[in-house]
Design a protein around this ligand. Structure first.
Ligand code: BTN
Length: 248
């Protein structure tokens, strides 16, 4: 018989404008807030991104952080968990918006070849704050020039779109369900959604290109395997590394 684990009670705290929902939830967690606490905001003025970057967070986006238990199966906080979160986002976008997205390793959600969602996991004690930022109805004019070619919103304007609250609630359900009762499809779905498998990629560490090759596979630990022109394989398994498609 199936042994499903109960998901925690979900408690969503909504704000208009904050520095960073991750920062707020990390403080709440440090002060004893339980798993299931969710912080969301309509704007952030110090949104945190991966690799120490900032995350542009104007009105029109959905900025949410979820308090999750630290996974037992891997010591690096939230590595596979962020892949899982990207699947939860992809599923939510299909369910709520009826739009299909891909996933660029490790956890960028891609719509129409551009980034529509970024995910940042931060450890706090024995828990993980999973921060998810979705460009929902953000006007393109709100993005700085360097993001104009890279970012996209799910909708061009806010008329008649599904309420953000519905999106956050569905995302919370999908994420906690996946976290507590991972279905057998999620990893295949993750691998099958990859926008880079089979493509030439550059490996980037600390802002420098440290290698190039073909992205050949993603394994069951969500590691990306890249093979260079000499047949040498590199296995990428850290959130400190990113890849981008290369044209050469
Ligand atoms: C990235 O792509 O670099 C990750 C971006 C993560 C952004 C989200 S928005 C909600 C949460 N709060 C933050 O300060 N960051 C995450």
């Amino acid at each position: 018989m199936e042994n499903r684990r109960a998901i925690p009670e979900i408690n969503i705290l909504s704000y208009v404008c904050v520095d960073s929902t991750n920062r707020i939830l990390m403080d709440l967690a440090a002060n004893g807030s339980p798993v299931g606490t969710v912080v969301c905001a309509r704007r952030q003025y110090q949104g945190r991104g991966r690799l120490g970057r900032s995350f542009c967070s104007p009105e029109g986006g959905i900025y949410t952080s979820f308090l999750l238990p630290m996974p037992e199966y891997r010591s690096e906080p939230g590595f596979c968990l962020t892949a899982m979160a990207s699947v939860a986002v992809k599923r939510t976008i299909i369910q709520v918006c009826r739009k299909k997205c891909g996933i660029k390793w490790v956890n960028d959600v891609i719509y129409n070849d551009r980034k529509v969602c970024g995910i940042l996991a931060q450890a706090v004690g024995d828990k993980v704050v999973m921060g998810i930022g979705v460009n929902y109805t953000t006007p393109m004019s709100e993005f700085p020039e360097e993001l104009q070619e890279i970012a996209v919103s799910l909708y061009e304007d806010a008329k008649g779109v599904p309420p953000m609250e519905d999106f956050v609630r569905m995302l919370a359900n999908n994420l906690y369900e996946l976290c507590y009762n991972p279905d057998e499809n999620w990893l295949d779905e993750y691998k099958g959604s990859s926008t880079i498998l089979g493509n030439k990629v550059q490996i980037i560490q600390a802002g420098e290109v440290t290698g190039t090759g073909t992205a050949v596979s993603i394994d069951d630990l969500c590691r990306l395997h890249v093979v260079d022109e000499n047949g040498e394989e590199t296995v990428l398994s850290t959130g400190e590394v990113s890849v981008r498609k290369s044209n050469d």
